[in-house]
Each structure stands twice: as C-alpha cells, then as structure tokens.
Design a protein around this ligand. Structure first.
Ligand SMILES: C[S@@+](CC[C@H](N)C(=O)[O-])C[C@H]1O[C@@H](n2cnc3c(N)ncnc32)[C@H](O)[C@@H]1O
Length: 280
C-alpha cells in the first residue's frame, strides 16, 4: 500500500498549515507511550506538530484530526507515525569507552574462557552500533569474532532497512577511526560506502519492540541498550532492566548510554562504572 496520498482530493496545497490541538497532542502522546514506551511531555507540542506535518503532507490530509482518524484504522500509517516521532540519532564508535572496555577487558576474558560469544544490540537504529561491535571484535580477536553472534534489533522497520543495506555517506563513515576505516568499508559511489561482508556477516537484524516479550532463546554475554531508555519512564526502565538481567549470562554485561542511569532501582544488576552494569 502506498503511503503517499498527496494526490488525494482532501489535499489542498494552498490551505493554511494545520494546527495541532492540545487534545490531539495528548492522544498522540498516549498512543506513542502505549506502542513504544516513549514518554513525550508537555512542551513537545511544536516538535510533534513539525514531525507529524510531514505525514499529513505525505497522506494528503488537511488536519491532525483527520490524520488521527486515518491512524486509528491503518496500521501501516500508525507505524509511520511512531517512526517519525522517535529519535534515531546514532553514529559509529559512539561513546567509545564501551568499545575500549570490550577491547581491553571483555574480549580477553572471553578468549580465556574459550567461549562462544553472544551480543545483543537492542535498539540498534540504522546499524552503526552493531557494525562498530563487529569491527571491534574483528580488530581485537578475529578468531573469536568468527565464533561470535551479534543480534541487532529495533522497533522501526525503516531504520532496520537502512541497517541491512549497511551503506552510509562519507560524512557518517568519517566517525570510524582512519586506521581501521579502509578495512571495513568499500566505496559504492563517490558519496557512499558499504560495510564489508566480513563485518556484515557477524550481524543479524530483527524487528523487536522492547516492550514485548523477548523471543530469543539463550542468554547473552553482553547487551547494548544505549540512548533509548532515556525516553522511557521509571517503571518501564525498571521492567526492562530486570528483563535484560534475565537475558544475561551470569557475569554478563549491560551497557547503557552515558547520559542514562538505572540509579538505585532494585533490578538485580550491579553497577560497575558509568553506563556499565553486570548481572550478579
Ligand atoms: C537514539 S537511537 C539509539 C541508537 C543506538 N543504540 C545508539 O546509542 O547510538 C534510539 C532507537 O531506539 C528505538 N526505539 C524506541 N523505542 C523502542 C522500543 N520500544 N523498542 C525498540 N526500539 C525502540 C528507535 O527506533 C531508535 O532507533
């Protein structure tokens, strides 16, 4: 089904810009919370108005009320709505302290245990995070990398499609340290480069809403869940932290974003250092 309705008879390009009422804003916030756990607070009206205006235009609709009617009966558009309201910002080697810890401590530990390694990048956005994990493993311990499985999941089908394509602009790839860039990217055009098969093959992608039960069998040695819990409220964070604990091997690690904190909540995880927890 096409999501571009701009030829719809309801669409009038000369009409004044639609205005988001408080009632519709509250409805959008409730829906987003129910579907993704993301909390949008008062003060975000302008952001919602500007992001949803793009969908109104794409759907050829003249009011937010009409858009909400469409969303209530059209699951494809509902997913699009959640998509435009979520923040997908990410980059290669973001928050490098986590990759330093992998290289200096975790990988040597896994090597000495001679174990197969399972890593989960939960909320992986467009793939920069799991590919950084793959590159770190390949650079540090290629033999271990070949035995490692990296699962990368996200709520958004749009970002997952980009992640699977593994093709990024030169500006995005510039975040990768020059010393390793040439080994993990190949040019696809003057503007874009693709992650090489060597790194791509370590990662598998799947759509997963973190609010839903986790369908994976087997535990992980390391879970990355960075820069998403910051959008959730405390009860959602606590529930998720407890469920992550259950998905970790004893002694396994959870990495969260450096601007996030699981605070003092009783979740069965032990604080190790900023943005790093272990299963105790
Ligand atoms: C800011 S990005 C973080 C990407 C990466 N982890 C990083 O730190 O660079 C947040 C991601 O969380 C995803 N997300 C939001 N709510 C989610 C949910 N309930 N389940 C799974 N993913 C979710 C969004 O689609 C987005 O791609």
């Amino acid at each position: 089904m096409s999501s571009d309705y701009s030829t719809s008879p309801q669409f009038d390009p000369m009409a004044p810009a639609a205005k988001l009422s408080q009632a519709v804003f509250v409805k959008v916030c409730d829906l987003l919370y129910k579907l993704s756990g993301i909390v949008l607070k008062e003060g975000k009206e302008e952001l919602v108005q500007s992001r949803l205006s793009k969908r109104l235009k794409a759907c050829g609709l003249g009011s937010f009320e009409a858009y909400m009617d469409l969303v209530s009966s059209n699951k494809v558009e509902l997913a699009q709505m959640v998509d435009v309201l979520t923040t997908n910002k990410t980059n290669f080697f973001r928050e490098p302290a986590h990759f330093d810890l992998m290289r200096e401590t975790l990988i040597p530990q896994w090597l000495s245990q001679n174990t197969e390694v399972r890593i989960w990048s939960a909320a992986c956005s467009s793939g920069e995070e799991p590919y950084t994990i793959a590159m770190t493993l390949l650079e540090t311990a290629p033999a271990l990398a070949r035995k490692t499985k990296i699962l990368a999941t996200d709520l958004s089908a749009v970002v997952l499609e980009k992640a699977r394509k593994a093709t990024y602009t030169n500006e995005i790839v510039a975040d990768v340290p020059a010393s390793i860039r040439s080994r993990y990217f190949e040019p696809v055009s003057a503007r874009e480069q693709r992650v090489t098969a060597k790194a791509r093959d370590l990662v598998s992608f799947a759509r997963l809403n973190l609010l839903d039960p986790f369908p994976m069998r087997g535990r992980f040695n390391l879970i990355f869940c960075r820069n998403v819990m910051i959008y959730f409220d405390k009860p959602t964070q606590l529930g998720l932290a407890r469920r992550f604990r259950e998905m970790l091997e004893p002694g396994g690690f959870l990495f969260i974003g450096h601007s996030e904190s699981l605070g003092q909540i009783d979740n069965g995880l032990q604080y190790e250092r900023p943005a790093v927890y272990t299963r105790c």
